[in-house]
Design a protein around this ligand. Structure first.
Ligand SMILES: *[C@@H]1O[C@H](CO)[C@@H](O)[C@H](O)[C@H]1NC(C)=O
Length: 646
């Protein structure tokens, strides 16, 4: 069958395909290239050691360690390792960058330089072997570029770099060999043919295990030596000499595209296919729902307004029996109750304020990312911008919360002002802090340092909270959002509803669709979080976010319509909870991921995984719940404003 695309569809497709190129055009603002002269020192920094999937791509741990963890005994600079300055986002996302003893001179090959010599005693041996079993990878940064392993994508037969390389290998027979030699292969590029302006454009490390028996020289520097095995049985420990070689190769790659090999998209065709597929389904669904809804509403409104007319005629004597029956059903009947204050208005308004804040933050972050401002070369820029935006947007949170609370005719306005910037961030920070204690007990580098925690608390209380107060103040001074119809004194009885409109079934139904819109992308985000992969598909993410918002709003509105037709006017919490239920699916998805992709051995690892998943799901709950509520609110105001009520 031949599929003919219409012109707008083709234009849209072209625009979407152009997004990645657009991002390339805006490459790396804020990061200036560094040029080196031949022989000049190129710094090599080391970062935290992270578990990777290894060959079976089953992750067995989520706990990362400092590069200079005392039991790993990796070589330190003679004067001691110093931390390298990092951004807040970089620290929050787990980077722990330190100086190293490697000496790389631009364009100078070296073979078998000795780094240091250490003896692994039984404790260190056990610890290191455990890490080899978890397939942890060492992460180096050379001129800001992560040292990678070269891999081949079998599907497209292209080569790409995976950041990090293994600490050791587990052989098929269970032997654990330890890598003590590193072949560092660096690509450099001459800028404009000037031999004095050289830039680093690619870094690979090939780790090897070599059991040296004598002094290191040209003749012993071979790769056919026996591997180093850290024996846990011997009393005197295992002596290990660390060495490295450096090879410089001229490369045609220019500096601006040096990240491309790291940003490898696995089979973009499948990605596009599933995305376009799901977006078609979503758009189709939403359009169908909307057209049915609009038609039904038009009919309802026309009928109600006609009834009014006839009722007026009634007074003059003619009686119409049929209309009396008709008026006994439908959403018009609850007009005196739809704008009744919901239960717990304080809590709902606080959630909604925070939801608005998250909504704007997520949107802005994705747009920034789409424009290429958050490229991975800007280490930690994603985390930094998120913290920054969340802080600044405290104003939006306070404003929204107070306006909603005022519309609910809430009276504890002081409590509203105080809880808005404290409740949700407090829960998030509390969980985060507890998880951090776990990491800290495990001596993991993932534990956020105390000073960083302090900085976060200070930012929260000195900038975000006052901004939220200011927002609340402006919000409370703004005129009240009037309901289009008056609320009756006495609440109506709510008749019993059909099964699918009961709270739990309706929540499960409504929550499923927004989750469906982001399901594909979620998988890639999860693997970038847990498998230490670089996420760079912000174009997809942007689309998915848009689709999710549309779906979330559409299904919630539909549910509210059915609810009102069934004369149930308690739509406020129902809309919030139903839309928020997509977070439950996100959490279930995380659990499935846990079962299928991870095989976490330790208790701490499982707690961390579940804890972070819960945290993310909670934020998602607030976000989607708010989208659902605000769209329903808009809808309810709209329909009740369009009918005449005597
Ligand atoms: C370094 O060694 C490699 C392999 O032996 C060679 O191809 C390359 O040209 C050398 N680079 C320099 C700058 O000498």
């Amino acid at each position: 069958m031949q599929v003919r695309k219409s012109a707008p569809a083709r234009a849209l497709l072209a625009a979407l395909l152009a997004v990645p190129q657009l991002a390339n055009a805006f490459y790396l603002p804020g990061v200036a290239p560094t040029s080196y002269k031949p022989g000049e020192i190129v710094p090599l920094y080391v970062n935290a050691i992270r578990p990777t999937g290894g060959t079976e791509s089953m992750l067995s741990s989520v706990i990362s360690y400092d590069y200079y963890h005392k039991l790993l005994q990796l070589c330190q600079p003679p004067s001691g390792a110093k931390p390298v300055g990092e951004s807040l986002g970089s620290i929050l996302f787990g980077d722990r960058i330190m100086t190293s003893p490697f000496e790389l001179h631009m364009k100078q090959n070296e073979t078998c330089k000795t780094l240091c010599q250490t003896r692994y005693m039984s404790g260190a041996t056990f610890f290191t072997n455990q890490r080899i079993k978890e397939a942890v990878s060492l992460n180096w940064l050379i001129d800001g570029l992560p040292a990678g392993q070269r891999l081949i994508d079998e599907m497209t037969d292209t080569e790409y770099y995976q950041p990090g390389f293994l600490l050791g290998q587990e052989l098929a027979d269970g032997t654990l060999i330890f890598n003590n030699h590193y072949d560092i292969i660096i690509d450099y590029h001459e800028v404009g043919g000037d031999p004095d302006e050289l830039r680093v454009v690619g870094v690979r490390v090939q780790p090897e295990s070599r059991k040296y028996t004598g002094p290191i020289g040209q003749d012993t520097c071979r790769n056919d030596l026996d591997p180093v095995i850290l024996d846990e049985e011997t009393k005197e420990g295992t002596e290990v000499t660390f060495t490295y070689s450096v090879y410089w190769y001229e490369s045609p790659t220019v500096w601006a595209t040096r990240w491309d090999k790291y940003l490898h998209v696995f089979d973009p065709k499948i990605h596009w296919f599933s995305l376009i597929n799901s977006s078609f389904i979503v758009v189709f669904l939403v359009l169908t729902v909307m057209s049915i809804l609009v038609r039904a509403l038009k009919k309802d409104i026309a009928r109600y307004n006609r009834l009014d007319q006839i009722n007026l005629d009634d007074l003059s004597g003619t009686s119409v029996v049929e209309d009396g029956i008709q008026e006994d059903s439908g959403w018009k009947l609850v007009h005196g109750d739809v704008f009744r204050t919901p239960s717990h208005p304080l809590l709902l308004s606080v959630f909604l304020g925070n939801g608005a804040q998250l909504f704007v933050m997520t949107g802005c972050t994705i747009v920034f990312a789409l424009l290429g401002f958050l490229s991975p070369s800007n280490r930690g820029s994603l985390g930094t911008i998120m913290v920054f935006l969340y802080t600044i947007l405290g104003f939006v949170g306070g404003y929204t919360s107070s306006r909603v609370y005022k519309a609910f005719q809430g009276e504890q306005w002081k409590l509203n002002i105080i809880l808005t910037p404290l409740l949700v961030p407090g829960i998030v920070f509390g969980v985060f802090f507890l998880l951090d204690l776990f990491l800290w007990a495990k001596e993991s580098s993932g534990a956020v340092p105390f000073t960083t925690m302090l900085v976060i608390v200070l930012i929260w209380f000195i900038i975000s909270v006052p901004l939220s107060f200011a927002g609340s103040w402006v919000g409370f001074r703004a005129p009240i959002i009037e309901s289009p119809v008056r609320t009756n004194q006495i609440p109506r009885q709510i008749p019993p509803t059909t099964t699918y409109l009961r709270p739990i079934p309706s929540m499960l139904l409504v929550g499923l669709l927004p989750f469906g819109a982001i399901f594909v992308e979620l998988f890639f985000i999860m693997s970038s979080i847990w498998f230490n992969k670089i996420y760079y598909m912000f174009g997809f993410l942007f689309l998915c976010y848009g689709l999710m918002i549309i779906t979330c709003a559409a299904v919630t509105v539909l549910m509210v319509y059915f609810l009102l037709c069934a004369e149930n006017y308690n739509w406020q919490w129902r809309a919030f909870l139903a839309a928020g239920t997509s977070a439950v699916y996100i959490f279930l998805n995380a659990l499935i991921y846990w079962i299928t992709k991870l095989s976490l051995s330790g208790f701490a690892g499982s707690v961390l995984y579940i804890g972070y998943s819960l945290l993310i799901s909670f934020l998602f709950f607030i976000l989607t719940g708010s989208i659902g509520f605000f769209s329903s609110w808009w809808f309810v105001r709209k329909i009740y404003a369009s009918i005449k009520i005597d």
